[in-house]
Design a protein around this ligand. Sequence first.
Ligand code: ADP
Ligand code: ADP
Length: 232
Amino acid sequence: MTIELSDVVREYRVGGQRVRALDGVNLHIDGGNFVSVVGPSGAGKSTFLHLLGALDSPDSGSIKFGGREIANLGDDEQSEFRRHKVGFIFQFFNLLPTMSAWENVAVPKLVDGQPLKKAKPDALRLLGLVGLADRAEHRPSELSGGQMQRVAVARALMMDPPLILADEPTGNLDSKTGTAIMELLADVAHERGTSRAVVMVTHNLEAAAATDRVITLQDGKIESDEYSSARS
Ligand code: ADP
Ligand code: ADP
């Protein structure tokens, strides 16, 4: 699975001013890669993540996802695309407090119109994958931050999407727990037999350094794009 951005521009009008949040971005992202996006506040990182996740559309340019143009999808098509092609991971986990861990993992199936119970075997398998087989019936309030983020990673995998988007996934974790989550996300990107990309926005340069590729944005442009030599 390959994502290809060509001349992507996203502009906001603030008062009489026009702000280019993304200013002509050209980029290729291949499956099997763990990519981080860094840069100062206001550089365009969130805008970039939202465009990749079809939460927003560019003003001009092309975003091809596995060959399919997603820059101009209608609302229903965007929603359908998000549900099946993208898993989202957030800084504050976004788990539903009244649901157990396995039910939280199964939520994307519920959103897709399927009964929660039917998704239980898959949810339990994914909890095993993230090392939480013994926490399936626990509520989020009974889990540590690192465990909650593991549940969120399992949830992001529920629909087996080719793209995982993570917004500051270590931002609310201590550094040791954050490192473990980074290792888990690397495993998710490198899983054999899949062609999945993980794209993470972060302020944490130590976390970024553990990824395969670091893209630095500045004023809506790609300032640098570096592959780690330590990894393949
Ligand atoms: P980052 O995530 O790197 O902090 P953003 O993508 O949030 O950057 O923002 C990039 C630029 O676009 C900033 O100048 C920001 O103020 C502007 N911007 C982002 N979202 C909006 C919005 N909804 N309305 C107006 N301006 C916005
Ligand atoms: P639908 O349109 O089918 O009701 P949504 O657009 O609410 O679905 O959400 C589809 C997917 O996009 C969900 O997995 C949700 O977590 C994610 N999502 C929705 N809004 C945001 C957002 N502001 N930031 C990141 N992810 C979002």
